[in-house]
Write a protein that binds this ligand. Structure first.
Ligand code: NAP
Length: 245
């Protein structure tokens, strides 16, 4: 056995594809999300030599995050990697009566991820080391006008993870921040334009390679997004404002 991995948001999209990819690579899995029935069928599909533990978890119920992650870790007999992947995307604009959507995005994508990282760090410290992975986004590199709260949640998550790296390093815990471009999942299937789209299977394979190499941060795939995000970062605000429609 290669080790054990906890994945939040494993019922769909990237989390589900990562579960298949890491199972193929010999890892035991602790999988959580709100839709337990999807996790149950995923566990049946994954049935093989590696152990799979599942649990219902809403990461926005912050107090329940440590309890569920500890329970899954106990079932697996320890954990090596914790992946904070659960996330939602909502279109919302200020002054339009949709602040509840902004709040939901921040509670799930930022606070839920931080609660996952906090509980994960506590467990990994006790075990003498490991790795924490955050699924951020290229949307965090600049404020996107269509999904400003989503952009803000991912920018904050990436910044938080950059900030915790040195502290966790002292405890032999590596920090990996992955910034996917467009990966074909339900979160973006309604969009008319999804440039440089790749399948969830391919995205999971690339991400698993990066996680195993313990990269600090990367776009997924590296090209063309490393180039595009560098340009995004460098553009003066007035120019960004013109093209960010
Ligand atoms: N697909 C892309 O192009 C792309 C690009 C950049 C970043 N990302 C990020 O990748 C991550 C996964 O997204 P995806 O593309 O795989 O979308 P997805 O198919 O919609 O999956 C989202 C996952 O998050 C879970 N989730 C949502 N709210 C949750 C909550 N409150 N508590 C626990 N789990 C919750 C969902 O499970 P339940 O509904 O069952 O709870 C689901 O398993 C997200 O953080 C997203 O922002 C995706």
């Amino acid at each position: 056995m290669t080790g054990s991995i906890l994945i939040t948001g494993a019922s769909s999209g990237i989390g589900r594809a990562l579960a298949f990819e890491f199972s193929r690579r010999g890892y035991s899995l602790g999988l959580c999300a709100r839709r337990l029935e999807l996790l149950e069928s995923l566990r049946d599909e994954l049935a093989g030599e590696n152990q799979v533990a599942i649990s219902r978890l809403d990461v926005a119920e912050l107090e329940s995050v440590p309890e569920v992650l500890h329970k899954l870790t106990d079932e697996l007999g320890g954990v090596k990697i914790v992946i904070a992947n659960a996330g939602v995307g909502e279109r919302s604009f200020p002054g339009e009566g949709t602040f509840h959507l902004d709040r939901k995005v921040i509670e799930i994508n930022l606070l839920g991820a931080m609660a996952t990282i906090d509980a994960g760090a506590e467990m990994l410290k006790k075990q003498g080391g490991g790795q924490i992975v955050g699924i951020s986004s290229v949307a965090g590199f600049r404020g996107l006008s269509g999904t400003p709260a989503y952009s803000a949640s991912k920018a904050a998550l990436s910044t938080y993870m950059e900030g915790i790296r040195n502290h966790l390093k002292q405890h032999k815990i590596e920090v990996t921040v992955l910034n996917p471009g467009f990966i074909d999942t339900p979160i973006n299937s309604h969009r008319s334009s999804r440039p440089f789209l790749i399948s969830a299977k391919k995205g999971a394979r690339l991400m698993a390679d990066m996680i195993e190499k313990k990269v600090w941060s990367s776009t997924v795939p590296v090209w063309p997004w490393a180039f595009i995000t560098e340009i995004m970062r460098q553009l003066p605000e007035r120019l960004w404002c013109k093209i960010n429609v």
